[in-house]
Design a protein around this ligand. Structure first.
Ligand code: KG4
Ligand code: ZN
Length: 334
């Protein structure tokens, strides 16, 4: 058996400064340093601030990831090259190039969304595993703050985009509606936990019911939420906020699940992979599973919370497959 590659990965696609060490699919360390409290005052990620904080934090975050992994001998470096916020991505790429040149290591360039898609393959340090081998075709459902996509995976590295959002991503809609309700930034997780205790009694419609394709749209729903709040000027009591959150979440779930069910009917996948920050939502996972179960399909999602939202271990998982295919990038290229 060939030795599994040990890879140091860097992820800076938005406002989390992340580094991880993986050995094959085993996660030896996974450090996430969140900048969100620095961006909260502005109600969203400030590109220049993200860039400066990544630059400042990367050396410490990388050193911590190496230390927690037991300072192993590395075979390669990996870095997220997109999609994401350009000034943020550039910091991770530049630091990775610097390390590659200093330590004479090859670089593996990784797509952030492929990272989310394959995050269910991560194993613990001791090698305990959930998912070992996909059964193709696999349907990937990516639901994050930047993307909402249905992807058909024919094999690892070969993907077909079936549908995507035409405007805002699902997580972005959560964050924006949370902001309208004065829940802070990023308010998605808080909005979803309030929704759990609410009753959906407000008129927030499921998006794009007339369209029979696999694309998504969340900006109309967000606009409907804004219009209601501006027009009715309700007092933002706990009860109101819970019920409004439940109304919003119900419309989001209906929209996501209609497309998900349609993709299953059209493409007959043999298993499901969930990825992206919104998959942290337990109610959404349960509904996704019940739709998949109607067709007898197994559903996989990352085994711990830290692997669901942005992190560098998922970049390392993708990199281990690319290492096996010897897909390296010239360290001098940006
Ligand atoms: O994948 P991720 O960490 O970053 C991107 O690649 O965008 O996803 C972050 C998004 C945020 O918009 C956040 O509000 C959302 O995931 N999110 C949630 C929940 N937890 C995180 N949305 C709904 N319910 C949750 N429990
Ligand atoms: Zn992400």
């Amino acid at each position: 058996m060939t030795k599994e590659p040990t890879i140091l990965s860097i992820e800076t696609s938005l406002d989390d400064t992340c580094a991880a060490v993986t050995c094959g699919r085993r996660v030896l360390s996974n450090v996430v340093s969140s900048q969100s409290s620095y961006h909260a005052d502005w109600g969203g990620t400030v590109p220049d601030l993200a860039k400066r904080l990544h630059q400042k934090w990367l050396p410490q975050v990388v050193n911590l990831a190496l230390k927690q992994a037991g300072t192993p001998q590395l075979d390669a470096l990996a870095v997220t090259i997109g999609p994401g916020l350009a000034p943020a991505l550039e910091q991770g790429i530049a630091y990775c190039q610097h390390l590659a040149l200093n330590h004479k290591l090859p670089i593996i360039a990784v797509n952030h969304l492929e990272g989310h898609l394959l995050s269910s393959f991560a194993e613990t340090r001791s090698g305990s595993r959930g998912l070992t081998k996909p059964i193709y075709p696999t349907l990937g459902f990516l639901i994050s703050g930047g993307h909402t996509e249905l992807v058909l995976m024919h094999q690892i590295g070969r993907y077909e985009l079936l549908g995507e959002t035409l405007d805002d991503a699902a997580g972005e809609a959560y964050d924006k509606v949370a902001r309208l309700l004065m829940l802070g930034y990023p308010g998605g997780p808080l909005l979803s936990s309030l929704a759990q205790s609410g009753t959906p009694r407000y008129p927030l419609p499921e998006p794009m019911t007339a369209r029979k394709d696999l694309n998504f749209s969340f900006s109309g729903l967000k606009a409907a939420a804004r219009r209601y709040l501006e027009h009715e000027q309700p007092a933002l009591t706990l009860q109101f906020t819970q019920d409004f959150a439940a109304s919003f979440q119900q419309a989001v779930f209906k929209h996501l699940l209609t497309r998900f069910r349609r993709a299953i009917d059209l493409y007959s996948p043999r298993m499901i992979l969930l990825g992206g920050g919104v998959v942290s939502n337990v109610a959404l996972r349960a509904l996704t599973r019940s739709v998949a179960n109607e067709s007898g399909l197994p559903v996989y999602f990352p085994s711990n919370k830290k692997l669901i939202t942005d992190n560098a271990a998922m970049i390392g998982i993708v990199a281990s497959y690319k290492f096996a295919r010897q897909e390296f990038t010239d360290p001098k290229l940006s």
